[in-house]
Ligand binder design. Structure first.
Ligand SMILES: NC(=O)c1ccc[n+]([C@@H]2O[C@H](COP(=O)([O-])OP(=O)(O)OC[C@H]3O[C@@H](n4cnc5c(N)ncnc54)[C@H](OP(=O)(O)O)[C@@H]3O)[C@@H](O)[C@H]2O)c1
Length: 277
């Protein structure tokens, strides 16, 4: 991707850490001004200050919770008042590693709002400007899990499947208008995500797993977007996992998934483990 003229702005949700933070650095390096969204104010400001100093770009910070309609509305208004937002990364997300029935309804609602409603509303807000300028780029962060049923992750995987299929359809609709859209489906990535959702078994087995670094995920995603790829599955092993998941009967996938629950600390070969994680 060529360095952008200085009037282009990228808005990234979940830029405090992990994959979103990596996108922020990569896009600042390409000359984009940034609007960064997240809840942890200190961390987000520290990322913003470093980016300003290193890349001499403008960085705005919006601190808040995407599960709240009021906050999503304020971001949509910011987008509409800033005519230069031509890159959107809907990345913010979190996992909860419990049985569905054990999770409080307010947390289930928060996941749907943060993953899906924020993606819908922010995409809707950036499109008028992008359509007018006949250019734009949108990356929606789904997951390898969009292809795989997984124990204790029923809602997480459903919200990620929603993002994946929504994005696939959107890319067809927007292609004639010069807008590139991507569903990014990362596999296991070394970020704050697994500390926060308390997937201890994953950490215990980490030496067997093929964790990818968030910088690599962001790099592959941006490269594949420029090459016009709508679906980006970073990493060879992750592509194989999706292929296996498509071939295996649903019943067998379900069995592998429940197997993980019964023996959480077993040292699985990493491909099998990643399939059911
Ligand atoms: N790591 C993996 O193995 C993996 C695999 C597949 C897909 N993904 C997806 O990748 C995306 C990024 O996750 P990550 O791995 O980079 O994890 P991470 O380091 O925990 O980053 C998640 C980001 O989302 C933000 N966020 C979460 N909930 C939010 C909310 N309600 N409102 C505003 N911001 C919120 C967090 O910021 P604050 O805490 O400051 O709010 C943080 O910046 C997620 O959508 C995740 O589902 C991750």
């Amino acid at each position: 991707m060529k360095t952008k003229r200085k009037s282009s702005t990228a808005l990234i949700t979940g830029a405090t850490s992990g994959i979103g933070k990596s996108f922020a650095y990569k896009l600042a390096e390409k000359g984009y001004h940034l609007i960064l969204v997240g809840r942890r104010e200190l961390e987000l400001n520290s990322v913003a200050n470093d980016l300003k100093e290193t890349y001499k770009v403008h960085v705005d910070v919006m601190v808040g919770d995407l599960s709240l309609a009021k906050f999503r509305k304020s971001i949509a208004q910011k987008i509409k008042s800033n005519s230069s937002v031509d890159f959107l990364v809907n990345n913010a997300g979190f996992g909860i590693d419990h049985d569905f029935f054990q999770i409080k309804v307010k947390d289930l609602r928060s996941m749907v709002m943060t993953h899906d409603m924020a993606t819908i509303e922010l995409t809707h807000a950036v499109l008028p400007g992008m359509l007018k300028r006949k250019k734009g780029r949108i990356i929606n962060v789904s997951s390898l899990g969009a292809f795989i049923p997984g124990f204790t992750r029923s809602l997480y995987l459903a919200t990620k499947s929603f993002i994946h299929y929504f994005t696939k359809a959107l890319s067809i609709e927007l292609k004639p208008h010069g807008i590139k859209v991507q569903s990014l489906c990362p596999g296991m990535t070394l970020t704050d995500f697994h500390d926060r959702d308390k997937t201890n078994a994953i950490k215990e087995n980490s030496k067997f797993l093929n964790y990818m670094m968030p910088d690599k995920v962001a790099k592959i995603s941006l490269h594949s977007l420029e090459n016009g790829k709508t679906i980006c599955i970073p990493g060879f092993i992750n592509k194989i996992i999706v292929l296996i998941a498509k071939i295996l009967p649903c019943k067998l996938l379900g069995f592998l998934s429940s197997f993980r629950r019964e023996r959480p600390t077993i040292k699985y070969p990493h491909t099998l483990y990643a399939l059911v994680a």
